[in-house]
Design a protein around this ligand. Structure first.
Ligand SMILES: *[C@@H]1O[C@H](CO)[C@@H](O)[C@H](O)[C@H]1NC(C)=O
Ligand SMILES: *[C@@H]1O[C@H](CO)[C@@H](O)[C@H](O)[C@H]1NC(C)=O
Length: 499
């Protein structure tokens, strides 16, 4: 009782004693503390919500999705490899200045580019001064552009001045002297061209009638191989007007979407006619292509079984097939796809089934103004050069068919650091597409699994250039080797720092 009374007294007394002054101090302290605690609680609550929002995609299913999407775009690891094109210490430039080589370069843009790079090497081997090559005006592409219209001529000459002397024209006094006119043998070695130097005993000028595939892919001295790389990747720069527009178009693509695929859709008339691939075409179209093939003298194969071509994997994928392929790989319908190509055979109608899967198809005509493209009209090699630049800079490059452009772009991307190139397994895919058509397979996860597995090792990861196919003998084996410019590893791509 006393205790309780004492207590109540003391409380009462203390209350009565401090009541007039203490409530303010006490309540204010408590209030401040409460407010402080309260705001901390609110703050924590709020930030926890924010964090939860940010982490939402990290539920396991979503994070798997993000990771999968990243994998679709990320380049394979290049394992610290880097370009190496410097000559060795033994290397010397050509010595003789009084012997000249003139060249007529043949084929489309990329066949000419690699051919010219080979001719630089041949001029070096034969101690010749190289005259700026003449370009092909008669190929399917019918382009009247000169070397200087497409390439930076001065840059070409100065970049290679330590290798080969290059002049714009043959000296006047040599224009009328007899020339040794040569069709050099395809895929020739160092020994062949050293032997050819006997021509200098009789001639001061050698004219090379064709520049494509005149030099072997393999078994050449390292300094010759590196010279080919210096010529193609450093010296053969496009003319400033092409380079500038190319860069602008890449910037515009990047501003439309963070990343883009460059699709080399080789579905042009000449390729379909040449390969005899008529799958999905009308009878009238097939007939048109057959007649074109019949009338093109330098195409040797005239009778072609289209079904066998397709089953063998020798046909370009159709736009529809490319659409199914890209969806199966996992690319989203919103993906930005730049179409690097000339005129698609069959026009817009033939693109419908690609466009229905990927509405964001971009053409030169959609990102460049008419004014900008005016200078390029009727110059297919120059527009091909724009495609080349945009393809080199893309996040992913996918060729629908193997060919000179596909090989050149793939090789250049390897050289620049193994940028991602997905090479469709056309033989395997045709098998899958036929199952789809027969109703044995449906578009969806099982198709996606098959296609993804099939292309795991076809993403442009570093590997050494492939040799000839087993069982092929004689000179025919050169034809089956992987092209030097498709994969300049190991000569121009090195791992050690000493290069
Ligand atoms: C090229 O010229 C140099 C210097 O004149 C000479 O040593 C070399 O043997 C020549 N090479 C060929 C293949 O003629
Ligand atoms: C083409 O090849 C396929 C498959 O081998 C065959 O069934 C077809 O009869 C051939 N067509 C012609 C016109 O020879």
């Amino acid at each position: 009782m006393v205790n309780s009374r004492g207590y109540s007294h003391s409380r009462a007394s203390s209350t009565s004693k401090f009541l007039p002054r203490r409530p303010t101090l006490y309540t204010i302290t408590v209030y401040i503390i409460l407010l402080f605690v309260f705001s901390i609680v609110i703050f924590l609550f709020y930030t926890r919500d924010v964090l939860e929002d940010e982490q939402k995609p990290l539920s396991s299913e979503d994070s798997q999705f993000v990771q999968m999407q990243d994998e679709l775009w990320n380049a394979p690891s290049s394992h610290g490899l880097h370009p190496c094109v410097k000559p060795t210490s033994k290397y010397k430039a050509t010595q003789r200045w009084d012997r000249y080589m003139t060249v007529k370069s043949n084929g489309g843009l990329n066949q000419m580019r690699t051919g010219i790079s080979d001719m630089v090497a041949v001029a070096r081997i034969m101690n010749a001064t190289l005259v700026i090559p003449q370009l092909d005006r008669r190929s399917f592409w019918k382009d009247s552009s000169t070397f200087a219209d497409i390439f930076d001529e001065l840059h070409f000459m100065t970049t290679l001045q330590g290798d080969v002397r290059i002049v714009k024209e043959l000296p006047k006094q040599l224009e009328s002297v007899p020339r040794a006119r040569k069709h050099f043998t395809s895929w020739s070695s160092m020994g062949y061209y050293q032997e050819m130097t006997h021509l200098w005993e009789e001639y001061q000028v050698i004219h090379v009638a064709k520049s494509d595939s005149r030099l072997a892919n393999n078994d050449l001295p390292i300094d010759i191989q590196r010279l080919r790389c210096r010529a193609l990747y450093h010296a053969l720069r496009f003319s400033p007007q092409i380079e500038n527009l190319g860069k602008k178009l890449v910037e515009r693509l990047r501003s439309r979407g963070r990343r883009y695929i460059a699709l080399h859709l080789r579905y042009e008339k000449d390729m379909l006619s040449f390969t005899g691939c008529t799958y999905g075409l009308t009878d009238a179209e097939s007939e048109e292509l057959r007649i074109m093939r019949e009338n093109t003298n330098h195409w040797k194969m005239k009778k072609i079984n289209a079904t066998e071509q397709r089953i063998g994997g020798f046909c370009p994928l159709t736009p529809k097939e490319i659409g199914i392929f890209l969806r199966a790989l996992g690319y989203l319908p919103s993906t930005l796809i730049y179409i690097a190509a000339g005129e698609i055979y069959g026009g817009d109608a033939r693109l419908l089934e690609l466009k229905s899967r990927f509405p964001n198809l971009i053409f030169k005509e959609t990102i460049a103004t008419q004014e900008e493209l005016k200078a390029f009209a009727h110059h297919s090699s120059q527009t091909a050069a724009l495609d080349y630049i945009i393809s080199i800079e893309s996040d992913v490059f996918i060729p629908s068919h193997s060919g000179n452009m596909a090989r050149a772009v793939e090789g250049h991307r390897r050289f620049l650091g193994h940028r991602k190139t997905i090479t469709p397994d056309r033989k395997g895919l045709v098998d899958i597409f036929d199952k789809l058509e027969a109703g044995q397979l449906k578009e969806g996860s099982s198709l996606s699994y098959l296609v993804t597995q099939m292309h795991k090792k076809r993403q442009g990861a570093p590997r050494k250039r492939g040799g000839s196919l087993p069982g092929v003998r004689g000179r025919a084996r050169f034809r089956t080797e992987e092209s030097f410019y498709e994969n300049p590893y190991p000569e121009c791509i090195c791992s050690s720092k000493k290069h």
